[in-house]
Design a protein around this ligand. Structure first.
Ligand code: GAP
Length: 499
């Protein structure tokens, strides 16, 4: 088998749509930009990923518990967190094409061009200058830099730019039925704040002792200016975040531990080491004292998949100030002088991964095109191309397909018996229609690891053929052994024990 050359994002988008993984939102009305729906197979894969993350956090760590906070929160939450005043992207419009861009992305693109031309120093100098100007909120300076760097609009090819404006990414709406009494609320731009405001509720009701973590999976919303690259950057997406509350002074140790644990998670679900890397932040947000991204090599290059931040006590301190409610923890452990550590606002290490970005990474990695026969020097007209999703069996939407080879001679009835045996334990697919080869192909395309064929021999000796997705090899197995055989291969344990 020879793997096909580079997969393009377009291959991924098409496959995801054609085989029921991801559809453009409200497509019959021509879609809504940067909003997507998960189809019948996509929702299963996404749920399996979320379930793995949830278990890796709350089952493997006895000091991490989960919550499910509401999307709407008191508006002061976002004032305290800094999102009302500071959750902005600098945008710029081209007057000729009327297209809108993120000013920082235009400059980053130019820096990437320099770097690709071997001008690394020039690239770094440009990024430094951009950082300086944005840090000083010198938006006119950012515009001048774009023009000085001769960055033209890719559509109109002109330098006819508007001024740069800060654009807040939060969506807002009104809560309350009477106009006069209504209040502006925001759709949360991150799930983390739902954890911070519940820190003491969980700590007290769960009698949690520091260090401990709170995990959450939920929707987040951002009015992204430039939304492209499929589900990589969406306006409605899902985050899986965990805030780990620690004693001040111990945060770097926990930060390093969580950074390494999170990398192990990505490897355990099947992402190869060669496609993962850390990107340490040189310039830190004002509230962080360390930050690193785990990047994955998407078809459009290495990009952030997960962020791990040491966020100091910034968020809890802000909430204490805005809510006027103490956010302290009493630590009765003894310090080196034998005195209790006493009251303090805990420091926080955050791990934050987008469920959709993780989905995209896993999907891109699984997408496999192979040509058989090339290595044997066979003539091109006899070469066979095969596309399949090489998903970890524990993540696959269906664990097995049950396929009677014909619709008659009692084979469907026997196959239904096999289905009944398996379906209380695994998600299985049953199908009678079309030739068996076609049915194998359909299962390959959605990543089903096992196809179980029921044939005439099954009626005689209760054996079936298992066909393995990745090798296409087939083996004969007694029906009584089926459950155990599949159970091991598709077990979540195989992932969890690697973390
Ligand atoms: N609480 C920290 C936080 O929200 P972030 O870097 O803005 O940090 C964390 O987001 C993760 O959420 C990212 O690493 C990414 O996986 C995901 N994410 C952020 N914006 C996204 C978007 N517009 N579409 C899809 N995923 C997004």
């Amino acid at each position: 088998m020879t793997p096909a050359p580079e997969t393009s994002l377009q291959d991924i988008v098409s496959h995801a749509k054609e085989y029921g993984f991801v559809f453009p939102s409200s497509e019959i009305y021509d879609g809504l930009q940067a909003v997507y729906d998960y189809g019948q197979n996509g929702v299963e894969l996404k749920n399996n990923l979320k379930n793995m993350w949830w278990k890796a956090m709350t089952q493997l760590n006895d000091n991490v518990v989960g919550i499910d906070a509401a999307i709407f929160m008191h508006p002061l939450t976002w004032k305290a967190s800094g999102h009302v005043d500071g959750f902005n992207d600098p945008m710029i419009d081209n007057k000729d094409s009327k297209k809108r861009y993120r000013a920082d992305q235009l400059l980053e693109g130019k820096a990437e061009q320099y770097a690709n031309n071997g001008e690394a120093e020039k690239a770094q100098a440009l990024l430094n200058e951009m950082g300086r100007l944005l840090g000083a909120n010198d938006l006119e300076g950012v515009r001048s830099l774009i023009i000085a760097e001769d960055i033209k609009c890719p559509v109109s090819n002109t330098l006819n730019w508007t001024e740069v404006r800060q654009f807040n990414l939060m969506f807002s709406t009104q809560i309350g039925s009477v106009a006069e009494d209504s209040t502006t609320v925001y759709l949360r731009p991150e799930t983390a704040q739902g954890i911070f405001v519940n820190f003491l509720n969980v700590q007290k009701s769960g009698r949690m002792k520091i260090p401990f973590g709170i995990a959450q999976i939920g929707k987040a919303f951002r009015n992204e200016i430039v939304a492209k690259q499929f589900i990589f950057r969406m306006r409605e997406f899902e985050q899986m975040e965990m805030q780990f509350f620690v004693r001040p002074g111990t945060e770097m140790n926990w930060y390093e531990q969580w950074r390494d644990t999170r990398l192990k998670f990505h490897q355990a679900i099947g992402l190869p080491v060669s496609k993962l890397k850390f990107h340490i932040h040189e310039k830190l947000a004002h509230y962080a004292n360390a930050a690193v991204d785990i990047e994955y090599q998407f078809p459009f290059g290495f990009r952030e998949m997960e962020g791990i931040h040491s966020r100091t006590n910034f968020d809890l301190t802000q909430h204490q100030e805005f809510s006027k409610k103490k956010q302290q923890y009493f630590d009765n452990d003894l310090d080196e002088n034998g005195k209790p550590f006493g009251n303090y606002i805990p420091y926080v290490v955050e791990t934050s991964v987008g469920a959709d970005r993780l989905f995209l990474a896993v999907f891109c990695n699984a997408f496999t095109k192979e040509t058989s026969g090339e290595a044997d020097g066979r003539p091109s007209e006899t070469l066979k191309e095969r596309t399949y999703l090489k998903l970890h069996p524990a993540l696959a939407p269906y664990k097995a397909a049950i396929l009677p080879i014909t619709k008659k001679d009692g084979l469907p009835e026997k196959a239904r018996e096999v289905e009944k045996l398996l379906k209380t334990e695994f998600r299985v697919f049953y199908e009678e229609k079309d030739a068996i080869g076609k049915r194998y192909t359909r299962q390959d395309l959605i990543g089903t690891p096992f196809c179980i064929a029921i044939d005439h021999q099954t009626l005689e000796d209760n054996t079936v053929t298992i066909r393995h997705r990745d090798t296409t090899e087939q083996e004969r197995v007694h029906i009584s052994e089926l459950k155990a055989k599949i159970a091991y291969e598709v077990s979540e344990q195989r992932i969890l024990e690697l973390i």
